[in-house]
Design a binder for this molecule. Sequence first.
Ligand SMILES: [Zn+2]
Length: 115
Amino acid sequence: MHAIRVAALSFRALIATKLGACALCIRLSLTLSVVSWLLLVVINALVPGSLAAKLALVPALAFAALFASHLAAYAVRVLVAYGRAGRVASGLHLLGKPRGVSAFVTRGFNCIALP
Ligand SMILES: [Zn+2]
């Protein structure tokens, strides 16, 4: 039971640190997704409708799902960081603008624009 809990925590840590955060892993998942879809196309062209073509669909879908998860996690991370930057920009607006950073507030939506 303890081993399962440790494995679950380690998996969670892996997801938290890698999913949508590591450029190498995002690129690798995209590359593997493209390669597996190309492999599926080639196998389907050589032996259409065979068991091999159906089996080649499994990694193609898995890598596509992994890449989509990376993109979704990246989007969430960017939105959270943007929200934090907005709060920072709002604070900067009150304190005055530092050099090189233009902070502005539009219709209640805080924005920060870096040069
Ligand atoms: Zn990585």
